[in-house]
Write a protein that binds this ligand. Sequence first.
Ligand code: NAP
Length: 267
Amino acid sequence: MENKKIYIHANITEMSKKIEKTLRSKLVKSGLRVFEELTDDTELIICIGGDGTLLYLMQEKDFPSTPVVGINTGHLGFFQEIPPEKIDDFIFKFNQGQYTVQSFSTVKATVATERGTFTHTALNEIAVKGEMTYPVHLNISINESFIERFSGDGICVATPAGSTAYNYSLGGSIVDPRLELLQVTPIAPMKSIAYRSFTSSLVLPPDGKLNILPCDESDRMLNVIFDGRLASYDDVQSITMELSSRKVNLVRFDDSNFWDKVKDKFL
Ligand code: NAP
């Protein structure tokens, strides 16, 4: 049987590049094959960097279904499973098949404009905000039921994996990534007798669809921010957000526990 094919992506920091070099020679010594291109028969992607590097890689490679493992050289490392000092242990366990693959949901936005329809996918979240500094006014529906006329800075739609990122800073809840749902969290909602918007998060089930319609002509200039990347539109007709069929498959080793990570990184 041919040895497994590996693809490595490292961010540009000196530390990541140094780890990449060491890792390459250790992988080859252990009998694995390292390739410069990600192809359909690649069996493992190794991502060296922080969580931001993994988000970047997923966007650049258009959310491959190949299992991916992260070596953490960033700050937080929520997705990034392996500390650099445990590379030997990781190679041993990978070669022995001592790992599981955990699938993470992603969120998709379909943006209808006068020029056509555009889609964006994200592992953490997709936020819709006004293009200028003014508040935006958006009619929000869930599965065809009108919910509210939202006024404020915008709306953030987060996956469970993204619940510990921007969503958390906005006051959203931390969600176990084994759940399939989307969390819709308002960004600075206005709450007065002139403007009324929900101030807490709304949680959508797996088949839930959020529909956003600009209220006025000026609200059609919107920024759609997917995992920190920006797409600016000036002619939005509607935006629909839902769970995407694409999954990010992260390789997990037996000592990884989501709630231990939450405790370690936030308390
Ligand atoms: P960045 O500004 O370089 O870093 C954002 C921080 O968020 C980094 O510390 C990153 O961890 C951490 N992070 C990313 N995904 C996470 C997750 N699922 N759970 C917990 N922390 C997470 O930008 P970036 O690295 O490209 O990341 C883009 C993300 O930044 C967006 O998806 C959004 O969630 C987040 N963001 C947060 C705010 C806010 O909290 N006010 C505002 C804008 C964007 P590492 O250090 O390991 O990379």
